[in-house]
Design a protein around this ligand. Structure first.
Ligand code: ZN
Ligand code: ZN
Length: 350
């Protein structure tokens, strides 16, 4: 962190994004502000509701205040006469807090908007972080295993989603990593659809996209099932999605551009005239947030490094018919990749 601040010629950074606060000092409360100096110990500001929790969690000085956190931090910062350039997180500081900070600091101090400073540190996961994501993924996969095999008409999408969430918590998850997606039949054409009252009927596709949160770390997977015997068309299209996923996975190793991974999946579908049906990027980073860097998209130049954790999730969507997606959470290793989703990829026939 000291190197990053020095590289950007900052005397301190005001951290306001909760995942970044958690990453840097361990505090998991929802109301905190962290000031990280270029030299010396960071200070966490929080309110009395979090006093005990911050004392237990934070690996830094903690200041509890009944005032606004930004005002308390600004007062302390204005006393640090040597601090000339103070960075703040452009993506998460509220405008009202920025205005209060500007107002409280002498005009000679410059406030410098920063993007992706802490996020860059979070890109490469430590072995301990990878293990936590692996355990988080194992919980989601086990919930899927417990629930999906026994689905029968006329169960509703919302009931299945509720049961998956229940099982994840029973298995030790803090919560679902995002609103669990369960879509039947033609509704599977919505890549980020919400479960609704739709009842399962024979012949329906079942798309399930879920992830857990464990010790703050998320995971993400998508699997497909079908109620009754799949049609030839469905079998064929499913194989093509699997092929696209394999093509993308084969690209994964250190040094490869994120865009090359995306291109591999896209080309694979293109060969079968399905490029237009693939309407999102091939994957995204997974960590303290469910969508974080690096994004595996067409124009992403980031080069992969060992320790990056990403999803590989090509899909095809056809309005009025349905959609197919297969998604794994994967860690890039020194010579390739390791799939963290412990579940086969065959189309489950219900
Ligand atoms: Zn997903
Ligand atoms: Zn995903």
């Amino acid at each position: 962190m000291a190197d990053e601040l020095a590289g950007r010629k900052l005397d301190a950074l005001v951290v306001t994004a909760p995942p970044n606060i958690r990453y840097l000092c361990g505090f998991t409360g929802s109301h905190g502000l962290l000031v990280v100096p270029a030299a010396g110990e960071p200070v966490l500001y929080t309110d009395p509701r979090y006093e005990i929790q911050a004392g237990e969690e934070a690996r830094c000085t903690v200041k509890v205040t009944k005032k606004s956190l930004i005002e308390a931090a600004a007062r302390d910062m204005s006393r640090r006469r040597s601090w000339r350039r103070i960075g703040f997180e452009a993506g998460s500081m509220r405008y009202a807090d920025y205005a209060a900070l500007r107002h409280a600091l002498p005009s000679a101090r410059s406030l410098e908007p920063q993007t992706d400073l802490v996020e860059k540190l979070r890109l490469v996961k430590s072995p301990a972080e990878v293990e936590t994501i692996r355990r988080s993924m194992a919980i989601a996969a086990e919930a899927y295993r417990r629930v999906v095999g026994s689905l029968r008409p006329p169960v509703r999408e919302t009931e299945v989603a509720a049961e998956l969430d229940h099982q994840m918590r029973q298995l030790g998850a803090e919560k679902p990593a995002f609103e669990t997606i369960v879509l039947f039949g033609e509704r599977a054409a919505l890549p980020h659809g919400k479960p609704g009252p739709r009842a399962l009927s024979m012949g329906d596709l079942v798309l399930v996209d879920l992830g857990a949160v464990l010790d703050g770390y998320t995971s993400d997977m998508t699997r497909m099932a079908v109620a009754g015997k799949p049609t030839e068309r469905l079998r064929r299209l499913y194989q093509l999605v699997l092929e696209a996923q394999r093509a993308a996975l084969e690209q994964l190793r250190p040094g490869v551009a994120a865009s090359a991974v995306d291109r591999a999946a896209r080309r694979s579908l293109e060969r079968h005239g399905l490029a237009d049906c693939f309407v999102h990027s091939t994957g995204h980073g997974v960590g303290l947030e469910i969508h974080e860097a690096p994004r595996l998209g067409k124009r992403e130049k980031v080069r992969l490094k060992a320790g990056m954790v990403v999803t590989i999730e090509p899909g095809i969507y056809v309005e009025g018919w349905g959609g197919l997606r297969v998604e794994d959470t994967v860690v890039v290793t020194s010579n390739g990749y390791d799939i963290l989703t412990p579940l086969g990829k065959e189309l489950t026939v219900l």
